[in-house]
Design a protein around this ligand. Structure first.
Ligand SMILES: [Zn+2]
Length: 381
């Protein structure tokens, strides 16, 4: 999932036959391991995202493993000189010598991340008012801890929009060679144009992009930035593609949810860099982490963006199809604390849309549509 690769045929898949079995006994937020089988797993890295700025409102800590660890999480209150802590106790796990024993953070509600023994565990020392929640992602296996520093009052805040151009760096996303179209480049341009437009029509708003150049970003990092900045809206921008012949392209806006739809599963697998079976397996865990109020906000936001993007796109390409608001399991949206959607703005592999995408006029129309959708949502919520 750190690798998002071109189109369905090139999708990074996990050849391991163990995967489905593991998924059938997940241990999300579980204190009692349900699976008695202990494998030797290896902690390879601890990444901290979103704590880069002085007043970050949160941080995301990602423990990356080789193999699948059994773990137990403990939320410990302050005790004497010890601050409140989250301890991830690992069973039968080892760690690479390159993992630092202690990392001082001091931002985003997180004081320090450290390794402790004798039972191998990773301890997050929190600031007194901070809270955290723990979940995991697979393929590769990661334990994720979202820390939230007690946020200041949201009154008087200028609305903050985080736009996330999909892919980037070594992950170009989908492509259309005939028209020299690359998803990562188009997504970045659409995000930049959308930001410019939003600032023009909503001068009070602040707009941030998760990436500003052709750099790679993990899916966690994208949403961690939005969480850390307490964004009001998170919009991940993509271009659709299909390995099958596309008879009808169109605009689709997705909200994070479970789905049985075959196409939605396939698309999510492509965007996540995983297999369809994996998406099916982990989506059942999702409900716990998706608050109802946020789900409603995401649906409203999706409706606004879908309608206005379609309307604006049709000014240049009248035949542009409406594929509607749909539900799918996109990792990039997992853990977002604000209304969040993933937009597939057009099809790179559908001839009329690919041709239109070569024109600046069409790209700007799509971006104007995205911006109006976001503005309309922010003004009426
Ligand atoms: Zn994409």
């Amino acid at each position: 999932m750190f690798g998002l690769v071109v189109a369905a045929a090139a999708c990074r898949s996990d050849p391991s036959p163990r995967r489905q079995q593991e998924l059938s006994s997940p241990m999300m937020e579980s204190t009692e391991p349900r699976n008695p089988r202990v494998e030797t797993a290896r902690l390879q890295r601890i990444d901290v995202y979103g704590a880069g700025t002085e007043n970050a409102a949160g941080a995301r800590v990602v423990l990356l493993f080789e193999g699948v660890p059994l773990f137990e999480q403990k939320q410990l209150p302050a005790e004497g000189i010890l601050p409140p802590r989250i301890a991830i106790e690992l069973q039968g796990a080892e760690w690479d010598a390159s993992v630092p024993v202690s990392q001082a953070i001091g931002r985003g509600g997180l004081q320090r991340v450290r390794l402790a023994t004798p039972n191998p565990r990773v301890v997050l020392d929190l600031h007194p008012t901070a809270t955290g929640r723990v979940f995991f992602l697979t393929d590769p296996y990661r334990i994720v801890v979202d820390v939230s520093a007690a946020p200041p009052s949201r009154n008087e805040r200028r609305p903050l929009v985080v736009l996330d151009p999909g892919h980037g760096g070594r992950e170009p996303g989908a492509a259309n060679d005939r028209y020299a179209l690359v998803e990562s480049q188009l997504a970045l341009e659409l995000a930049e144009l959308t930001a410019t437009r939003l600032r023009a029509i909503m001068p009070r708003s602040r707009v941030l992009l998760t990436r500003s150049g052709d750099v790679g970003l993990s899916l966690e990092e994208r949403c961690a930035l939005a969480n850390a900045m307490e964004a009001d809206v998170f919009v991940s921008i993509h271009l659709n593609a299909s390995s099958e012949e596309v008879r009808k392209g169109g605009v689709t806006t997705f909200v994070l949810d479970t789905t049985n739809n075959r196409q939605a599963l396939r698309l999510a697998a492509r965007e996540n860099g995983t297999r369809v079976a994996e998406v099916t397996g982990i989506q059942s865990l999702l409900a716990k982490h998706h608050r109802q109020s946020q789900a409603e906000g995401s649906l409203t936001l999706a409706g606004r963006i879908q309608r206005s993007t379609l309307k604006a796109g049709r000014r240049v390409l009248p035949s542009l199809s409406d594929r509607g608001v749909r539900r799918a399991m996109f990792y990039v949206l997992v853990g977002a604390r604000m209304p969040s959607v993933l937009l597939e703005a057009s099809f790179l592999t559908y001839e009329p849309e690919a041709r239109a995408l070569t024109k600046h006029r069409y790209r700007r129309a799509l971006a104007d549509g995205i911006a109006s959708g976001i503005a309309s949502y922010l003004q009426t919520r």
